[in-house]
Every structure is written in C-alpha cells, then in structure tokens.
Design a protein. Structure first.
Length: 261
C-alpha cells in the first residue's frame, strides 16, 4: 500500500499482511456492485454505521453530489489528499474513476481505517494509495494528542478529543512533504480550521484546490482564513444544517475551470 514508514501506520497495516506479499482481509460482509460500468467492492465492517448501512450495503457511493463537485474540479493525473478519509468513500471514488497519480489518506479512527484498508485491497487500489498516515490526526499544534469520540451508528462523525487519548497529530504540511498537493479534501468534524492552519507551506508552494466541510460554529474563522489565504469559495453544497461544503480555488490557480458533466 504505497510506502509505509511511520510506526503507527505499520502497526495498523500489519494484520493485513501475509507472507509472500499476500493480503488478509478482515471478517466482514462484502458487497459487489457496478458503478459507471465498473465493478466496485464495499466492505461492511460496522453494519450499524450510517454510510455502510444506507449506502455501501446497497452498492452505492455516499454523497454523490459532493463527489460530482470533486470530479468536475479534480484534474486527472493529480495527487488527491484525503484528510478525514473515514472508510474510504471519497478516496475510493477518486482512485476508481478520476485517474489520480496518488491518493494519500489520513484517518485516525481504527474502526474506520480497518474498513478503509479492506476497501482498498478488495478494489486492488493499493498501488495508488499512500496509507502512511492512518492512525494520525491533523492539527496546527502537533504537540497535542487526541482520543476518538466513537459513534458506532455513524463512524465518520467520530470526533477527536484533545488530551483524552494517545492518537498523535501532525501538520498537513508534514503529510504532503515535498510532494505536490493538487487537491485536498477535508472532512474532520469541526477541526477544519486547525487543519487549514497547518498547511501554510503547501498552500504557498502548490495552491491546491480544496474541498472542505465547514461546521457552522467555525464559519467566521473559516471566512477570515479564506480571505487571508487568497482563496475563493466557488461552489457550495449544504447537505446538513450543521455544516456546509466549500470548493476553494486559489486566486493564482492558472488552470481553474469547472469541468462540465
């Protein structure tokens, strides 16, 4: 699954490794379906989970409207960085249909990333995925550690709680490193401001397109960050009353155009 150097990621991936390079899948229900004419497998590891129960178990991707916004803004051959990947819904869609150079996933919740691993392996996407940052959270203060407020009925809605566990955090700049970041998706249940503040070097160098879910409580801080960072919210989508998704484009993005369906 790409290069793996962080010890936390190595420990998380180890149960899936077998001798001879083979992979072991977790005990879970598997759904096989067709999407846009291509075969897709979904792992149902937590049957009570909202996404797995109502979407993946029925053979469909979650948030197709949001995925369509990403599809129209993502340039084939680019690097997609998914911060808050959950069980891999968005990352899998990009890897399967949008021809990325690489998909980098960040997900601190082991209940979510175990399903993510299975989805990547079942769909034979491991060569395009960098799983090096599973087990980590993102923050502008890497000295903090977190625990996960887990919700079995909505795995993706689990929130990081500062000081209550041993999940380490790193800056988004550390995840990107010296690679080019073309598109960054952020869905971190209220921690989006900390994530955005942790990517100053990446923004200065790459000016990536950003698709971010913003909690209503963070709206004023978010709008201030957007203005100060020379970004514009060019498209919005509101699925739930408590948050809204924004597609952000930097003012110096030389090739910006919204691809038509």
């Amino acid at each position: 699954m790409g290069r793996t150097v962080n010890h936390i990621a190595k420990e998380a991936i180890a149960p899936f490794e077998m001798r001879g390079g083979r992979k072991r899948l977790p005990a879970a229900h598997i759904v096989r379906t067709k999407v846009f004419g291509q075969t897709v497998f979904f792992t149902i590891g937590t049957p009570q989970d909202f996404i797995q129960k109502n979407y993946h178990s029925k053979g469909v991707f979650y948030e197709m409207e949001e995925l369509e916004i990403i599809r129209r803004a993502f340039q084939p051959g680019g690097r997609f960085i998914d911060i808050g990947a959950n069980v891999g819904n968005h990352a899998m869609f990009v890897a399967k249909f949008l021809n990325p150079l690489e998909v980098v996933v960040v997900e601190p919740n082991p209940v979510a990333y175990n399903v993510l691993f299975s989805n990547v392996l079942l769909n034979q996407m491991d060569r395009v995925f960098d799983m090096n940052w599973v087990g980590y959270g993102i923050s502008d203060d890497p000295e903090l550690s977190f625990g996960v407020e887990f919700r079995r009925r909505n795995v993706g809605a689990g929130r990081l709680v500062a000081g209550s566990g041993d999940i380490p955090t790193v800056a988004a700049d550390a995840v990107v490193g010296d690679r080019r970041a073309d598109f960054i998706k952020i869905d971190v249940e209220g921690m989006e401001i900390q994530v955005l503040r942790s990517m100053d070097e990446t923004i200065a160098r790459d000016r990536p397109r950003i698709f971010v879910e913003v909690d209503e409580n963070n709206r004023s801080e978010f709008e201030a960050w957007v203005a100060a960072s020379d970004y514009t919210s060019v498209q919005r989508f509101k699925r739930y009353p408590e948050n809204e998704n924004h597609l952000l484009i930097h003012q110096d993005d030389p090739s910006w155009t919204l691809t038509q369906p």
